[in-house]
Design a protein around this ligand. Structure first.
Ligand code: SF4
Length: 358
């Protein structure tokens, strides 16, 4: 492995291990009202389909906390309750069976209220994510540093770590986030040197799909390259399943997770006489159900086409208006555009089964 992951303690959110040598876990967060059980469950099921491994829901009301039990009964992945301001909602969420909670201890109100959460989380063996965001640092820290600098974020997180450890609680992970990459990266780098707990990474409020995905890939990519990050969320102003897809793309681009189909397609140029961008997109969407790691090349002409298509598990290279289909390095046929997609999908499904049985 070309990236050496930081050593961290292992914790469990439900049955999903986070930290240590475990794969980096992909999370997302619903954007439905948690008071609406049906809508929330439906969205979680959509997230499960694209491979989301842990889901977080907002718990701003008593009704939302009460619904944790009903939601959990209908989903297959661990659920985390996201709590702000009201410690009673954290306690109720734990009592209703949440697999983890996410709090910012700074906005819970008092240390005694945080202690009450710790007590119940300890009794139920529930992990806590301690989230520190540049937008909500304690007043004394902001006064000391003058602005939400990386050092201010780190000092806040270390103070919380000490408080929780002094209370005898170690079933925790941390997230240090800012909406700009520089602050987030420096803060996490400084913090990782002083922390043995798992770290959840992400660029908060990253933006709309394109700018958010680029910002997230850049910031998260830098951290992952430095070995930091045991679990991650890509935050986008979009449907959360897009977050999951982008997260897996980031991890697979770095070779840290191999899940699903990786489509390699050329940018096309004046030699390409087929509508390759449309074809590549169609193929990518048609193969979303495949979970085994299969590389698929979709190439526009004979210049780089046969090479890339034969290096991939399955590939097609255009030769004028027809396509040559490759599988595991060998030519298996030549087809016109209207037939090639179906032939390629069947071949990818066959290779995926073969890989799953390995
Ligand atoms: Fe152009 Fe062919 Fe390269 Fe695609 S593979 S970019 S069509 S030269």
């Amino acid at each position: 492995m070309w990236i050496k992951k930081r050593t961290s303690k292992v914790i469990y959110v439900g049955n999903v291990p986070i930290g240590g040598e475990n794969p980096i876990v992909v999370q997302s967060m619903t954007n439905t009202f948690t008071e609406d059980v049906k809508a929330t469950v439906n969205q979680i099921k959509e997230l499960e389909k694209v491979g989301c491994e842990i889901v977080r829901v907002a718990v701003p009301t008593k009704e939302a906390a009460e619904n944790i039990k009903k939601i959990k009964e209908k989903i297959s992945i661990p659920l985390i309750a996201d709590i702000h301001f009201d410690h009673k909602l954290a306690i109720l969420s734990i009592e209703k069976g949440t697999d983890g909670i996410r709090i910012n201890p700074g906005n819970i109100g008092s240390q005694d209220k945080v202690r009450e959460i710790i007590k119940v989380a300890t009794e139920r063996n529930i992990p806590i994510r301690i989230g520190v965001n540049t937008g909500s640092l304690p007043k004394n820290i902001l006064a000391k540093y003058g602005h939400p600098s990386p050092e201010a974020v780190v000092e806040t997180a270390l103070n919380y770590m000490k408080f929780f450890e002094d209370e005898g609680f170690t079933n925790m992970k941390f997230s240090l986030k800012g909406s700009d990459i520089r602050t987030t990266v420096i803060a996490n780098e400084l913090f990782a040197k002083k922390c043995k707990y798992p770290i959840h990474i992400g660029i908060t409020e990253a933006g709309t799909v394109l700018s958010g995905a680029v910002k997230s890939a850049t910031g998260i990519g830098i951290l992952l390259y430095k070995g930091i990050g045991d679990t991650l969320r890509v935050s986008l102003s979009s449907h959360p399943k897009v977050e999951v897809k982008v997260a897996f793309k980031i991890l697979s681009s770095l070779g840290l997770r191999k899940v699903g189909v990786d489509v390699i397609s050329c940018p096309t140029c004046g030699r390409c006489v087929v509508n390759l961008p449309e074809l590549a997109l169609k193929i990518e969407e048609a193969l979303e159900h495949i979970k085994a790691p299969v590389s698929v090349a979709v190439m526009g002409c004979a210049v780089n086409g046969p090479g890339e298509a034969s290096f991939a598990d399955v590939g097609i290279a255009a030769a004028g208006n027809t396509f040559i289909l490759f599988s595991q390095g060998k030519i298996i046929g030549k087809y016109p555009e209207k037939e090639v997609v179906e032939k390629l999908i069947k071949e990818v499904e066959r290779v995926a089964v073969e890989k799953s049985n390995c």
